[in-house]
Design a protein around this ligand. Structure first.
Ligand code: ZN
Length: 382
């Protein structure tokens, strides 16, 4: 089956101008100013000047729910494939999070495979906040080698009262195992690191990397907009060659407490010359947004993947200069961070994970996942 999208303003994620995009099966076959109308059967979609973007790569999601920090009643519910499709996310990366006791990697694996059957390129991380990490096979390197959807471990917590209070040596050893498993399986092998409110910030990562032979990008810190101080550390981390992930889901209470709003964080990082290609934006969807006061949990909400599309729409309306940076941070950059070849870009040979959206409102019109229609004219295709 061939699908030809004509007259699209293509973000590859760099702007290519008005192009045609030919989809052959699950892949993009051609991107050019004009692709001839040939092939049988051929569906032609006239984009009419709409924007065509790579599907979002969401570096941190909790598709089988998260939370539980305030007791069992605070567990957040599972996410459905449609939640991701409506948000433009075609590659959600799933993780357990705080709770690897009442939730399991087996359940996460099942959910990831369900999302795949529904057209999403879902991946997963073994482990959780805790060390030693939970695994499917008994060993993180074995998980990477033998469990195809596993692309790393995480989110391992540091600088957080809910973490295992790991030592730098433990983190270094874990990263070495992940790096080896990745090397053997042809994956990047990444440790996604949840950075909490603790004063140490990224200091433990710097200590773990010191005197090691590991590449800096093996540690991928998330929630780096939690405070101005942490954001500054993360900008330096990116300058040194690492990737840094800004969490888009937030609450007015978090911002009042010093969290940097995601667009502002992106803008600040770019203003001070952080390498834009190593900044990413993730939703933390399905995770809880706990609110603590004096160490006591006083409330909880669940994050949604919709925050990513909302952020892009806000940039379109209010911060046009940030649109290109935001698109790259939602697509190519997280794909690079995890080494997901063929994701996050619009180019011949890449996976046909594509979004068509209205250039004025940012409303999502069509979504393709691996060449399959997941949304048509704003409606989910089931
Ligand atoms: Zn986290």
């Amino acid at each position: 089956m061939l699908t030809l999208i004509t007259n699209a303003e293509v973000f590859a994620p760099e702007r290519l101008g008005r192009c045609d995009v030919l989809i052959a099966g699950a892949r993009v076959a051609a991107v050019a100013a004009s692709v001839p109308l040939q092939g049988d059967p051929l569906e032609v979609v006239d984009a009419g000047g709409r924007w065509l973007l790579p599907g979002f790569v969401d570096a941190l999601t909790h598709p089988c729910g998260g939370g539980g920090e305030g007791g069992f009643a605070n567990r957040t519910p599972e996410l459905e494939a449609a939640d991701f499709v409506r948000a433009g996310v075609t590659t959600p990366v799933g993780a357990l999070g705080t709770d690897a006791l009442a939730r399991s990697l087996e359940v996460l694996y099942g959910k990831v495979m369900e999302l795949r059957e529904r057209g999403l390129s879902a991946c997963m991380l073994c482990g959780s906040y805790r060390l030693p990490p939970v695994t499917l096979t008994g060993d993180v390197a074995r998980d990477l080698v033998f469990i195809e959807p596993v692309i790393g471990v995480g989110e391992v917590a540091i600088a957080d009262h809910r973490s295992s209070q790991p030592a730098a040596t433990e983190l270094r050893r874990l990263a070495a195992e992940v790096h080896l498993g990745g090397t053997l399986s042809g994956k990047r092998g990444t440790v996604l690191v949840h950075v909490g409110e603790g004063d140490a910030g990224l200091a433990l990562l710097e200590e773990a990397l010191r005197d090691s032979d590991l590449p800096r990008r093996v540690f991928y810190p998330t929630h780096v907009n939690r405070s101005s101080r942490l954001l500054d550390q993360a900008i330096e981390y990116a300058r040194q060659g690492g990737f840094a992930d800004i969490t888009v889901a937030t609450t007015p209470e978090f911002i009042a407490g010093g969290e940097v709003p995601p667009l502002e964080a992106l803008s600040r990082a770019m203003e001070v010359g952080a390498p834009a290609e190593r900044l990413t934006l993730s939703s933390d969807a399905g995770g809880s947004l706990p609110l603590y006061r004096d160490g006591e949990l006083v409330g909880l909400q669940a994050a949604s993947p919709a925050v990513l599309l909302d952020l892009l729409q806000t940039a379109i309306r209010e911060e046009a200069g940030l649109v290109d940076g935001a698109v790259a941070a939602l697509t190519r950059n997280p794909a690079e961070a995890y080494g997901l070849t063929g994701k996050g870009r619009v180019a011949a040979g890449c996976d046909a994970d594509l979004l068509l959206l209205d250039p004025r409102s940012g409303d999502l019109i069509d979504v393709f996942g691996g060449g399959r229609r997941l949304m048509r004219s704003g409606e989910i295709v089931s």
